[in-house]
Design a protein around this ligand. Structure first.
Ligand code: COI
Length: 377
C-alpha cells in the first residue's frame, strides 16, 4: 500500500476504534478466534526479569527458529519409563509453554469486570516455577491483562452476549542450539470475543470416558496450565467427536479406575445435598471456576467432597456438570463408559442451574460481589 493509502486506513481504523462496539455479530459468537485491535508483549532477560511491556497491533509475531519453544519444547526433557509388564507408560512432558484463560464481562451498567484475575497471575507464576521458566510478577501479569482489555474495550461483548476471552501466554523464546533451558521468555496477552465454548451452546454435553489415553501422569504437569496438557488429548477428542460425543472424560493414568477431568474443564457430580469432585492431587488442574463453585456451593449449604471419584460412581449421580473459564458451568446430559450410557437430569431448578446463575451474576456484576472476586478494569 502507498503511504497515502496507509495513512487513510490508519485514520479510518482510529475512527472505528472510538466506537463503543466493534463490528461483530454478537448473537452468533462461538469460541473461535475473532482478532481484536491490540496485543501486549514483554520479554525477560537472562536474569529472569521482564521488561516493561507494551501494546502493539494484533498480528503475527517474530520467532527465532532456534527458540526454545520450537526446538526443545518437548523432546529434550521427555522422560519415558515403559512398564512392560503393564499396559501403561509414564511420560513426563515438559513444554516451555504455559497458557492462561480469563474473561472480561460488560455489566448492564457499562463497567468492564474481570473475575479473580490475580489467581490466573499466581497460577502462571507457580507453573513457571514448575517448568523452570522465567515468569512475570503478579503485578506485571495484571498490567498486561488490564492494558489488553482497555485497548480492546470495543471487543467486550454487550451484556449477556458473551465475554472478551483473554489468553496470556508464556513461552521460551531465547535461541539455543544445544539442549538447555531458554535464555529468554516472552509473555504475551491477546483476546477474542467469545460466547459458548462447546458447539452444543447451552445444551447438555454427552461425554465419553477415554480408557486408553490419559490426560496427565503422576509427577507430570497435569496440575499446571502447560500447553503439554492439551496437545496429547487431541487424538482422543477427535475420535470421541467423530462418534458424536461432545468431549472426553479422562481417567487416572495409573489405575484407569478414577475420573480426573474433561479436556478443558473440571468435573462435578451432584448426589442429593452432596457435590463431589476429584481431588487435585497433582494430575488435575485447580480451575478457578472449580474453586469458586466449591465456595459458592458451601455457602449455599451443600456438602462438598473433594476426593478420589471412581468412574463407576458416575452411575449414582443425579446431575453432572463441567466447570472452566472457557466452559463456564456446562451441564452434562450423559456419560458413556464401556458402551454403557448413564443419563443425568438437565434443565431448570437443578443444582447446576442454581450454581450457574450465582456464578454468572457475580461475574457480570448483577449479583453483589461480597467476596472481592470481581475487578473493575
Ligand atoms: C480455559 O478454560 O480458559 C482454558 O484455558 C481451557 C481451554 C480453552 C484450553
Amino acid at each position: 500500500a502507498s503511504v497515502v493509502e496507509e495513512h487513510v486506513s490508519a485514520m479510518l481504523r482510529s475512527e472505528r476504534e472510538d466506537e463503543e462496539y466493534a463490528d461483530v455479530d454478537w448473537d452468533n459468537l462461538g469460541f473461535s478466534l475473532v482478532p481484536t485491535d491490540y496485543m501486549f508483549a514483554t520479554k525477560s532477560c537472562r536474569e529472569g526479569n521482564f521488561e516493561q511491556g507494551c501494546l502493539s497491533r494484533y498480528g503475527n509475531m517474530e520467532l527465532n527458529p532456534a527458540a526454545g519453544i520450537l526446538n526443545y519444547g518437548q523432546a529434550k526433557l521427555q522422560i519415558f519409563i515403559q512398564k512392560t509388564h503393564t499396559k501403561y507408560s509414564y511420560y513426563k512432558r515438559f513444554f516451555l509453554g504455559l497458557i492462561e484463560g480469563m474473561k472480561a464481562y460488560r455489566g448492564e451498567d457499562g463497567r468492564v469486570l474481570m473475575f479473580r484475575p490475580e489467581l490466573n497471575a499466581m497460577r502462571m507464576k507457580n507453573g513457571a516455577e514448575r517448568m523452570c521458566m522465567h515468569s512475570p510478577s503478579v503485578q506485571q501479569f495484571m498490567e498486561g491483562v488490564k492494558q489488553t482489555v482497555l485497548a480492546n474495550k470495543r471487543w467486550v461483548p454487550p451484556p449477556g452476549k458473551g465475554s472478551l476471552y483473554l489468553r496470556p501466554l508464556l513461552f521460551g523464546s531465547g535461541a539455543s542450539l544445544g539442549v538447555s533451558a531458554a535464555s529468554e521468555y516472552t509473555f504475551v496477552v491477546f483476546g477474542s470475543p467469545v460466547q459458548n465454548y462447546f458447539k452444543e451452546g447451552t445444551a447438555a454435553l454427552n461425554l465419553y470416558v477415554e480408557e486408553v489415553i490419559p490426560r496427565a501422569y503422576i509427577g507430570g504437569t497435569g496440575a499446571v496450565k502447560a500447553i503439554s496438557n492439551y496437545g496429547p488429548v487431541l487424538d482422543a477428542m477427535r475420535s470421541a467427536k467423530a462418534r458424536g460425543f461432545s468431549d472426553v472424560l479422562y481417567l487416572d493414568a495409573e489405575t484407569k479406575k478414577n475420573i480426573e477431568e474433561v479436556s478443558a474443564a473440571n468435573i462435578f457430580l451432584v448426589k442429593g445435598n452432596t457435590i463431589v469432585t476429584p481431588a487435585t492431587n497433582g494430575t488435575i488442574l485447580r480451575g478457578i471456576i472449580r474453586e469458586s463453585v466449591i465456595e459458592i456451593a458451601l455457602d449455599l449449604g451443600y456438602k462438598v467432597e473433594e476426593r478420589v471419584v471412581p468412574v463407576e460412581e458416575m452411575k449414582e449421580a443425579e446431575e453432572v456438570f463441567c466447570t472452566g473459564t472457557a466452559a463456564g458451568i456446562a451441564s452434562v446430559g450423559s456419560i458413556t463408559f464401556q458402551n454403557i450410557r448413564t443419563e443425568y437430569k438437565v434443565g431448570d431448578g437443578l443444582v447446576t442451574q442454581q450454581l450457574r446463575s450465582i456464578l454468572v451474576g457475580i461475574q457480570n456484576g448483577s449479583i453483589q460481589d461480597t467476596k472481592g472476586w470481581v475487578l473493575e478494569i
